[in-house]
Design a protein around this ligand. Structure first.
Ligand code: ADP
Ligand code: MG
Length: 731
């Protein structure tokens, strides 16, 4: 009873596939890969090295590329300057060592129509890989060299003796000694076995039909052994959808579980305090701020605790939005708390927010005809002794309206009279557990009765919208995608090499002579803070004695005692220092509008997001600002540095970042274990992310524990962490 699946039609979703009797992912995971023909001890070990232990692992080892033989060019058709794919035979291979000790492998190849010269730089192993007589596919750009055609460092695929019009190319591992045709053979074998029962399909056929998705059996064949490229595309789309649907289902379940499990506060949205605050602002809100505030207000008015992310580029005006939310709590008799990642930032927020609220008063319930001032307090580890005891008492008895602090706020000893709204700034420094601890500060005698405060997480690290749906899929998202009017854009230069670097220091001196100030950011050293401090000290010493001799220079790094850090920052703010040499401790939130030049040393060691954050420290005042990205003689383009030179738009840069780095790093927090997105790309599949998220809501809302979707439930259980498991399914 082998079920044949219609292979070319996209809507072969009909009754020929049995949804229940098919083989499940869990079953495939239970079959060791050595059960397949041709996988002996040695190959089994090699496969384990690349993470393939079960048949499921093998079947989700997808081809890296598909070569369409009907589409390949002949050597005689190659056009210089254009990329093309050619199938050729290796004629000869030779190796040369160049003057700088680097190796160059030269390979002569050809097909019936002509010859081509290939050079590989720094790939000495090509000498062993490319033997005379071997058939290979090459993908690259042909150029003219000494009258003949040449490709430099093309992509090479060994295709062995595969036949068929479309050849899947699997990730090959030189080290693990696995070839694409071996993998293809085992996959074929596995697919043949699976065809006996076909694949279980967790996506309801209604959903498949509506979204134009092929069934899973068709998709599995289509990805590994397509007959046309169109078939492969449909397969990819379906399998990518599966990956995204699993992730989104978990996230949507998590979101709904929060809402179900936790009682929130219906905040008083009609009070005068928020209205007075808005009326007193010296500027009009941007459209984006008004939108975000409306979204937040709606959450605050509702019965469920808010769990919202506020994304906004540096300088987009997140503070006003956050304060507005905290005041909603205050006007209903609750308290607001803002938690910042560092003491410097907490102090800065406290100063800024106190200034913003200086003239604001609240109607005083104890005195019907009088108002009282708002009480805003600071709590960090630097606040000690009597002062600390006063703050702690004020939080417990409710006389403090708004508290601003560091993680000191979530220590056990701190109790609130009635915490209503919590704002967490710069989410990337806080873990999920810390957010959870803050939520526990809500009032109520025990877990059952506890009223959970509303939580607003603010981040200045822009994430493309669809990526945010995945990374922060259990949060609602508001975006400030508009800067307040009247900013002068920062001009960014790339200073590559000594001569250009001099121009940067010249700019610093010029700015200082005009009364401005400058930051110098020291090289990032990931491995060790100690080394980083040493290198900062070195940069400082060099600048003091050489490039910036005569200027007043301060040094700030993470190893300084906090009082000293504070002294240095205060001196810089008070313009007693012209230049602040610092490690990335100044990355977030430091606000000195008179600083107009930033020089980032060894800029190519930083990521795009980090460079963008750093650069956001300038361009905060009326004067035009510049940022210098210094590198030491980088050969060729540096895509990250170039992106920064071209754009100051955080969201645009986030897209570039995603393109350059892939999504691996983004996903770490959202999911664990085997659930990595293998085919789906948050970048390529923006449309699918949205579809999968919508589908997840449609599945979860009427069926919160997936009782009606046992197969999907089983599949997501393969990717759930233990905490998720107990949180989502606690009865
Ligand atoms: P973020 O925290 O998002 O980086 P801030 O809240 O610190 O930004 O705001 C940056 C600056 O912009 C502050 O000086 C603030 O007073 C100002 N600002 C905020 N909103 C507006 C607005 N709507 N119009 C003009 N200036 C604004
Ligand atoms: Mg800020």
């Amino acid at each position: 009873m082998v079920e044949r699946v219609e292979r070319t039609s996209p809507d072969s979703t009909g009754p020929s596939i049995t949804d229940r009797g098919g083989i499940t992912l869990r079953e495939l995971q239970a079959i060791p890969v050595e059960r397949l023909r041709g996988v002996g001890d040695k190959k089994q070990a090699s496969l384990r090295d690349v993470g393939v232990e079960s048949v499921l692992d093998l079947l989700t080892t997808y081809p890296r590329r598909w070569v369409d033989r009907s589409n390949e060019a002949r050597v005689s058709d190659l056009v210089t300057g254009q990329e093309a794919l050619v199938l050729v035979t290796v004629r000869s291979v030779s190796k040369r060592t160049m003057r700088n000790r680097k190796t160059m492998i030269e390979v002569q190849v050809g097909d019936g129509s002509g010859r081509l010269h290939i050079v590989f730089f720094n790939q000495p192993w090509r000498e062993r890989q490319l033997r005379e007589g071997l058939q290979i596919m090459l993908f690259g750009k042909a150029d003219v060299y000494r009258g003949g055609l040449q490709m430099t460092n093309p992509i090479v695929d060994l295709i062995g003796d595969r036949t068929g019009k479309i050849v899947p190319i699997y990730p090959q591992s030189e080290k693990a000694n696995l070839s694409t045709w071996e993998i293809a053979g085992w996959v074929e074998n596995a697919l043949e076995r699976c065809a006996i029962r076909s694949f279980a399909d967790p996506v309801p056929s209604m959903v498949r039909a509506r979204l134009g998705l092929v069934d899973r059996a068709t998709a599995m064949r289509g990805i590994h052994a397509p007959e046309t490229m169109g078939e492969k595309e449909l397969a990819r789309r379906r399998l990518a959808f599966d990956e995204l649907l699993r992730v989104q289902t978990v996230l949507v379940m998590r979101k709904r579980a929060f809402e179900r499990e936790q009682r929130g506060i219906r905040h008083d949205m009609g009070g005068v305090l928020v209205r007075r605050f808005h009326e007193a602002l010296p500027y009009a809100l941007t459209g984006a701020q008004a939108r975000a505030i409306a979204e937040i207000d709606k959450d605050l008015a509702g019965p469920h605790p808010m769990h919202r992310l506020l994304q906004g580029d540096v300088g987009s005006g997140k503070t006003v939005v956050a304060v507005s939310a905290m005041l909603c709590a205050v006007q209903g008799g609750h308290q607001g708390a803002l938690m910042a990642p560092t003491e410097v930032l907490a102090e800065q927020h406290a100063a800024g927010i106190r200034a913003l609220l200086a003239d604001l008063t609240v109607p005083d319930p104890d005195n019907l005809f009088g108002d009282r001032a708002l009480k805003v307090s600071l709590l960090t580890n630097r606040i000690t002794g009597q002062e600390r005891r006063d703050v702690i008492a004020g939080l417990a008895d409710g006389t403090i309206d708004i508290v601003i602090g560091t993680h000191a706020l979530i220590q056990d000893a701190i109790e609130f009279e009635s915490l209503g709204v919590v704002v967490v700034d710069e989410q990337h420094r806080f873990g999920v557990e810390q957010r959870a601890a803050l939520r526990m500060k809500g009032s109520g005698a025990n877990d059952e009765e506890r009223v959970v405060p509303d939580v607003l997480v603010m981040t200045a690290t822009p994430i493309p919208r669809t990526a945010a749906m995945t990374v922060y899929g259990d949060l609602d998202v508001s975006v400030l995608d508009e800067l307040p009017p009247g900013r002068t854009p920062i001009v960014t230069h790339w200073a590559n090499g000594g001569l250009m670097e001099l121009a940067a220091w010249g700019d610093v001196k010029q700015a200082v002579s005009e009364g401005r100030q400058a930051y110098v950011v020291c090289p990032l050293i990931d491995e060790s803070e100690k080394l980083e401090v040493a290198s900062a000290q070195e940069t400082y010493d060099r600048l003091v004695h050489q490039e910036l001799k005569g200027l007043r220079i301060g040094l700030l790094h993470g190893r300084l005692p906090s009082t000293e850090k504070e002294q240095v920052m205060n001196a810089f703010r008070a313009r007693e220092l012209d230049v602040l040499v610092a490690t990335t401790v100044i990355e977030v939130g430091v606000d000195v509008p008179n600083a107009t030049v930033m020089v980032i040393v060894d800029a190519d060691r930083f990521g795009i997001a980090q460079l963008h954050q750093l650069r956001g420290r300038v361009g905060r005042g009326a004067h035009a600002s510049t940022c210098w990205l210094v590198t030491t003689e980088v050969e060729g383009p540096s895509p990250r540095v170039e992106a920064l030179v071209k754009s100051t738009d955080g969201f645009e840069l986030a897209e570039v970042d995603l393109d350059l780095r892939g999504e691996g790093t983004l996903m770490n927090t959202a999911q664990k274990g085997r659930s990595d997105l293998k085919l789906a790309s948050l970048r390529r599949d923006r449309e699918l992310v949205k579809l999968a998220r919508d589908a997840a809501f449609q599945i979860v809302d009427p069926d919160p524990l997936l009782a009606q979707h046992p197969q999907l439930l089983d599949e997501i259980r393969l990717i759930l962490s233990a905490e998720d498991e107990s949180f989502l399914f606690k009865s």
